[in-house]
Ligand binder design. Structure first.
Ligand SMILES: [Zn+2]
Ligand SMILES: [Zn+2]
Length: 240
């Protein structure tokens, strides 16, 4: 037991470093792009950006610890339903598992996010995220520890429930990282043609999430708009 505890703690520490570096690289890259695409957009926001980075690095530990322990258990104890041999399951399972992970994460996010907009939970936790007015590319993980915890458990729980190829899991994490950053950076990355298309109307990009940060009580979703539409909380997209 104690012999296992040390490497598991080391894995948690290593994963924290990976999550922190991933955040700094992704947010840094899009903050750099923002300077090119929208010069001056973050002018005068240095104090807010410092707070966003501080909360995000604290969140990196909260995300890194459970992920690191589960990754250690996967490697050393045969935990999880993560597989690395592509032939272990039919090929069609790869896109299906990708969709299942994104839909499950989106559902969890929509309902916990709505809960965090109840007055007590908002004051206690979610106010940290909304202190970014407007958010920047650095706000991607700017959460109070309670909110970070609700986000950190999702993927480590799903890998015990839904089989996934390790490369598809990497894709899920990449999508999560890029959308987390770009939805907050204050300008639309995706072409108007896509955002306003029949498919785009069901997807969440910066134009949709920016409106959540402006109006608070609408547009709660993460990747998809079906929960917002179904529950009457979708207020369309803003112009960025
Ligand atoms: Zn946000
Ligand atoms: Zn919110």
């Amino acid at each position: 037991m104690s012999a296992a505890l040390f490497p598991a703690a080391l894995a948690a520490l290593a994963m924290t470093a990976i999550v922190a570096l991933r955040y700094l690289a992704a947010s840094g890259a899009f903050a750099f792009a923002t300077r090119r695409v929208r010069p001056g957009l973050y002018n005068g926001m240095a104090p807010q950006i410092r707070r966003e980075i501080g909360w995000s690095l604290a969140s990196a530990a909260i995300y890194g610890i459970p992920a690191g322990i589960v990754a250690w258990g996967w490697q050393n104890r045969g935990w999880t339903l993560i597989y690395s041999d592509p032939a272990a399951r039919p090929l069609w399972w790869m896109p299906l598992s990708l969709a299942a992970y994104l839909l499950a994460h989106d559902t969890w996010f929509y309902w916990t996010h709505r809960w965090m907009h109840r007055p007590r939970a908002f004051r206690l936790a979610h106010a940290v995220h909304h202190a970014s007015r407007p958010p920047t590319a650095w706000a991607a993980m700017s959460f109070h520890p309670i909110e970070a915890l609700t986000g950190a458990v999702v993927i480590p729980a799903l890998v015990f429930l839904i089989p996934i190829h390790v490369a598809v899991l990497g894709l899920v994490l990449a999508i999560m990282t890029v959308m987390g950053v770009t939805n907050h950076m204050g300008w639309e990355l995706f072409p108007r043609r896509l955002v306003h298309s029949r498919v785009g109307e069901w997807l969440i990009t910066a134009s949709h999430h920016q409106r959540h940060h402006e109006r608070y009580s609408c547009n709660y979703g993460l990747y998809f708009r079906h929960w917002d539409r179904l529950c009457g909380t979708d207020r369309g997209i803003g112009t960025l």
